[in-house]
Design a protein around this ligand. Sequence first.
Ligand SMILES: Cc1cc2nc3c(=O)[nH]c(=O)nc-3n(C[C@H](O)[C@H](O)[C@H](O)COP(=O)(O)OP(=O)(O)OC[C@H]3O[C@@H](n4cnc5c(N)ncnc54)[C@H](O)[C@@H]3O)c2cc1C
Length: 435
Amino acid sequence: MKKVKVIGAGLAGSEAALQLAKRGINVDLYEMRPKVETGAHKTEYFAEFVCSNSLGSYDITNASGLLKHEMEILGSELMPVIMQSQVPAGGALAIDRELFSKTVTEKINNNPYINVIREEVTEIDLSVPTIIASGPLTSDALSESIKSLLGEDYLHFFDAIAPIIEKDSIDFEKAFYQNRYNKGNADYINCPMSKEEYGKFYNILINAPKIELKTFEKNAKFFESCLPIEVLASRGVDTLRFGPLKPVGLIDERTGQENYAVVQLRQDNKAASLYNLVGFQTNLKWGSQKELIHSIPGLENANIVRYGVMHRNTFINSPKLLSPTLQLKKCHNIFFAGQITGTEGYTESIASGLYTGINMAKYVNNEDLLELPQETVLGALTHYITFEGHTSFQPINSNWGILAEMEMDKKNRKNKKLKNELLANRALEIVKNIK
Ligand SMILES: Cc1cc2nc3c(=O)[nH]c(=O)nc-3n(C[C@H](O)[C@H](O)[C@H](O)COP(=O)(O)OP(=O)(O)OC[C@H]3O[C@@H](n4cnc5c(N)ncnc54)[C@H](O)[C@@H]3O)c2cc1C
């Protein structure tokens, strides 16, 4: 009898378990709540939304919206429950989180192929086909076990991450390419600031509201070399000018002058369509981050594809460890799904559970596994987290910058809505043809 173990009945694990059950495969689904708490989950239901109740857009001209359509075509089991649990939220897809989680829990509890075991898993048994979907708040004992399986280097913890923006939205009348002291190629994009501009930026920063930390995170220690920008700013008005915003060695050739402060942006993906703000890890509320970033000369219209966030987050070094099928390279019995793989967000976690569930079913049935191309959002996300060329791997959510380029004329490329529609139609066509 074919049997698979799924660790964690969160967003990814619930979707994966239902995908396996749909294909007639028996599942032992382990969930440690309510016996062991994560510090963020509030209920004992499966697939709980821990923070906001929004899944973002459902529009195909938005990358996250397109991902949802791809998931529906691929037969997601959680998407119909999401649609049934919807609450009005303007252009966003938001849900009644309790109704959603209760419905998913009932669906799983009533499924004859799924055996629910309310226990904490503390060891990985390599001989059993297993999907590890224990999330960003994986229990300490399981973290230790994963660490010993993957090696010390391969389980990362971090506190704060910096925002990422789309290069196409930068104003190059103001920004310029250059490396500090002109070393190497001009890899960095620099946004120069006058004294007045820096003063305005600093005021927004020190007055900006921060996200209240959960109790379990309040005692979190920051790495001194990776302090949130608001913590640095609180140490004095010039601390940032001697830190991440230092202007030395960055002469704007158009003026021949050194500036008062400079915000640097570093390439974030191979296609050079995404850039992260260097040293900008932050825990500011997203509205304040937007106001702050838009106050930087050259970034007034920046399109922010990932905001800075701070919480305990466990993710593995997927580019080194996982194949594009989300299988552990060194042990094909073990798959990873959800946020632990380095994809970020509710939709992305469910999508990854869907993909892993489909692939685990194929694996136990000795069939060829599914690999989605980079023309689709799900394929592009999977490629991003398993591609080995990252200088520093950090989690990512759906965005257009990671999709494969598409030939189109200049006029279409400039019309953002039209460009996204073309990319979306290409992706949907591919997904519809998957057998
Ligand atoms: C505090 C916080 C806030 C977030 N807010 C948002 C947000 O607003 N919007 C957004 O899009 N994303 C948000 N995320 C990111 C992410 O989308 C969610 O964490 C999402 O739930 C991840 O899905 P998952 O399936 O990977 O993990 P989870 O949904 O967390 O599921 C993992 C499950 O595994 C269980 N588990 C852990 N260890 C064990 C073990 N040893 N044995 C058995 N079971 C175990 C857990 O109890 C949990 O039920 C947030 C993350 C955190 C930590």
